[in-house]
Design a protein around this ligand. Structure first.
Ligand SMILES: [Zn+2]
Length: 272
C-alpha cells in the first residue's frame, strides 16, 4: 500500500499527525455504499520538485485565463460573504461549494477547525469585514478528532497545544457504537462546540441578527446517508434539532428537498 506522506514533503511533526489518518482508514470508509480502493487511488505522491512545478504551472494557467481586469473589483479591498473556518485537512477544499474563488470566502484553517486556536482571524472576519455568516465546517475522518480520542502525549508541543482545546468535546463522547461511529459523532460534536464557542464571542451580533453561525460537516464517507461529498448542516446558532434547523430563515432560498438533504444529525444534543 502506498504511504500517504512520501518524499519528506511534510515536516516530521505534521507527517506524524497526518499518519493518524492512514490510507487504510480512508479506503475502509464508513457506512453505506463505499467502494474499497478509491481512497488509495486518489493519493498522489509527488516529489517536492514536482509539487513546486505543479504550483507554478497552475499559477501560470490561472493568469492566462484571467486578464488583469479580473482583479479590478477587489484590488483595494475584500467583501467576502462568509467567514469560514475548516480543518487544514487536504481532503476538504473550499471549491466544493461553488463559490467564486476570489473575494467570496474569508477562510481560516487549522487542525480540527477550532475557533479558539485562530480566534483573532475569526474576529477579523466577524468584526471587521464583517460577514453575515460564520460557518464552522468539520469533515469525515478528521485526524484531529481521532488523535484527540487517543493518546497524543508523544506528539510535538505544538500539536499537543492545538489538540488540548478539544477536551471539552471529547468529554461528551457517549462511548456508544464502534470507534468509527464515535469518531463520526465526535466530528459533529466538535462543530457544535465551535458554534457554541462562537456564540459566546459574538453573542451581540447573533442576537441583533447581524450574524448567523452555522455548524456543518463535509461528509465524504456517507456517515449521514445523504451521499458522499454532501455538506450536512448540523447546527444553526446553537440549534441542533433537525426539525428546527430546517425552519431557519437562512435556509429559505432553498427548496424543502434541498434543505432535508443538507440538514442532519448523528450526535445527541449537548449542553456546553
Ligand atoms: Zn480534520
Amino acid at each position: 500500500m502506498k504511504k500517504l506522506i512520501k518524499n519528506g514533503l511534510c515536516a516530521a511533526g505534521l507527517s506524524a499527525f497526518l499518519a493518524m489518518t492512514p490510507v487504510a482508514s480512508l479506503a475502509s470508509g464508513h457506512g453505506h455504499g463505499h467502494e474499497h480502493g478509491h481512497g488509495v487511488e486518489a493519493v498522489k505522491a509527488m516529489t517536492p520538485a514536482e509539487a513546486m512545478k505543479t504550483i507554478i504551472e497552475g499559477n501560470n494557467k490561472f493568469k492566462a485565463e484571467h486578464d488583469s481586469h479580473h482583479f479590478d473589483a477587489f484590488q483595494n479591498g475584500q467583501v467576502p460573504n462568509i467567514t469560514f473556518i475548516t480543518c487544514s485537512d487536504s481532503r476538504v477544499h473550499t471549491h466544493l461549494f461553488g463559490m467564486e474563488p476570489d473575494n467570496s470566502l474569508f477562510v481560516i484553517r487549522n487542525v480540527g477547525n477550532q475557533i479558539g486556536n485562530s480566534e483573532g482571524s475569526v474576529d477579523y472576519g466577524v468584526h471587521h469585514l464583517p460577514t453575515k455568516i460564520l460557518m464552522v465546517l468539520g469533515h469525515s475522518s478528521c485526524g484531529a478528532i481521532k488523535a484527540a480520542m487517543g493518546d497524543y502525549s508523544k506528539e510535538t508541543p505544538g500539536i499537543k497545544k492545538e489538540l488540548e482545546p478539544l477536551k471539552p468535546v471529547l468529554a461528551h463522547d457517549d462511548g456508544q457504537g464502534s470507534f468509527k461511529e464515535r469518531w463520526a459523532k465526535n466530528v459533529e460534536l466538535n462543530a457544535d462546540y465551535q458554534v457554541n464557542y462562537s456564540l459566546n464571542l459574538y453573542k451581540d451580533q447573533v442576537e441583533s441578527g447581524d450574524l448567523v453561525v452555522v455548524g456543518a460537516v463535509y461528509d465524504f464517507n456517507n456517515n449521514y446517508g445523504k451521499g458522499r461529498g454532501t455538506l450536512v448542516i448540523t447546527n444553526i446558532n446553537g440549534e441542533t434539532d433537525v426539525d428546527k434547523i430546517i425552519e431557519h430563515p437562512v435556509l429559505h432560498e432553498l427548496s424543502k428537498g434541498e434543505i432535508v438533504t443538507h440538514v442532519g444529525s448523528l450526535s445527541p444534543a449537548v449542553e456546553w
